[in-house]
Design a protein around this ligand. Structure first.
Ligand code: FE2
Length: 418
């Protein structure tokens, strides 16, 4: 089989019966047609083997600058977000371009092996030298053949609360970060947090940039920066370009407040990003029992018609020592934690790591359809349920008609002596 495909045959598509042929021309899907029966793939065709073919996975929230630094210079003993920030502040002083480029590239290759072709990474810009940011711009260029990388100017230690915070954010944008970040719940005061949101929204709007704010990543029910972010987005008619990441505090808000809040959220059209493995690990740390899950109201947001995607947040860093790049693992944990194992949720669950992430990243062209870039995955399973049950690596990842990843179906039963 050649690397450049003319078609994918024997593909199963979500919500459709039977097998399909996806024709490819010049790196784009040029036609989708039903097959009467299974067919034998030619030299320039990929045989999906009757498995589900989905759009490429989207990782909408990761911190590549900190990836693979768990335990450096020390382990996070308390398991809290705040000790993680302290550990990272120490590690940050030893960053070099090669260090960041090496770890970020290694992580992106791990992601590619799991079918991730779109990534949004936050990069800490509370560093007077912007070492990580400059290194990540190089990574974006060097890896563009296998991943679309969005870079968020992320003020880990605050915009108002860090010396020259505003200037560093503006410089990061000038250098080429395409997304404006924030962390209002970590600013020294509530006023600082509110001011930082108004300021960053104006900055993004002025430069026509996307926004992704770490918002209310805390169990404190009084942390209510989401309403400010949503109100600003509504005022600027900018909601589809703004992501609210985490919003853990929403899991602790009372229902009366949430009822009012949801009215605003629906009007604003904000995107929501939840990182279930990370939040289960970091939140609830100041509770005895019962311990809160610290995860935002995912099914309620979806029921309200809002887009919610899951992300990994960390790969072996000061905040979270685990992570293997497999989005199906994140999805599985998220569905468990959010009481979403009803079959109607499971059937649509892959949207949480595909379409909804694409909406957050504001991707212009995404999905499987005639005329769109031929970027897709061959999963191990015929339905979303089977794919989720197995959580096995993708059989193939295709990007613009080129095969990025190809592996044989694993047969876990083989060799079993029972
Ligand atoms: Fe994060």
């Amino acid at each position: 089989m050649t690397d450049q495909l003319n078609a994918i045959v024997n593909a199963r598509l979500q919500g459709q019966n039977g097998l399909y042929t996806l024709k490819i021309n010049n790196g784009r899907f040029s036609g989708i047609s039903a097959q009467q029966e299974s067919t034998i793939a030619t030299e320039d065709e990929l045989d999906a083997g009757g498995n589900l073919v989905t759009p490429a996975f989207v990782e909408p929230h990761i911190h590549l600058d900190a990836a693979m630094t768990a335990g450096q210079p020390r382990w996070n003993k308390s398991g809290t977000l705040f000790e993680g920030i302290d550990c990272w502040a120490e590690r940050k002083t030893t960053l070099s371009p090669d260090d960041v480029i090496g770890r970020a590239t290694q992580t992106l290759k791990l992601f590619a092996a799991h079918g991730i072709q779109y990534v949004r990474t936050h990069v800490d810009v509370t560093d007077p030298h912007l070492t990580a940011l400059q290194a990540m711009l190089t990574v974006r260029e060097q890896t563009s053949g296998f991943v679309d990388l969005q870079i968020v100017a992320f003020p880990q230690e605050g915009i108002w609360s860090f010396k020259n915070g505003r200037e560093l954010m503006e410089e990061a944008i000038r250098l080429g970060a395409g997304v404006v970040g924030g962390i209002p719940h970590f600013e020294h005061t509530r006023d600082y947090g509110a001011e930082s949101i108004r300021w960053l929204m104006e900055l993004a709007h002025k430069h026509d940039l996307l926004v992704d704010v770490h918002c209310d990543e805390i169990d404190d029910p009084e942390s209510r920066f989401l309403e400010i972010l949503a109100a600003e987005a509504l005022k600027l008619d900018y909601g589809s370009r703004v992501s609210a990441s985490h919003t853990c505090a929403m899991g602790s808000y009372n229902d009366a407040y949430c009822s009012r809040l949801f009215r605003l959220l629906k009007k604003s059209g904000l995107r929501f990003l939840s990182m279930p493995t990370e939040s289960l690990h970091l939140q609830g740390r100041f509770d005895s029992y019962p311990k809160r899950r610290g995860i935002t109201r995912v099914p309620e947001l979806l029921d309200a018609g809002l887009k919610v995607a899951f992300g990994q947040d960390s790969i072996r860093d000061p905040w979270y020592p685990m992570g293997n790049g497999n989005m199906l693992r994140t999805l599985d944990v998220g569905l468990h934690a959010c009481h979403m194992l009803g079959m109607s949720w499971i059937e649509h669950s892959l949207e949480l790591i595909t379409e909804n992430g694409a909406a957050a990243l504001d991707l212009g062209e995404y999905g499987i359809g005639e005329g769109l870039p031929a970027r897709c995955l061959v999963q191990q399973g015929q339905t979303p349920y089977e794919v989720l049950l197995g959580q096995r690596p993708v059989l193939a990842s295709v990007r613009d008609g080129r095969v990025l990843v190809r592996r044989n179906a694993s047969h876990p039963e083989t060799g079993l002596m029972l």
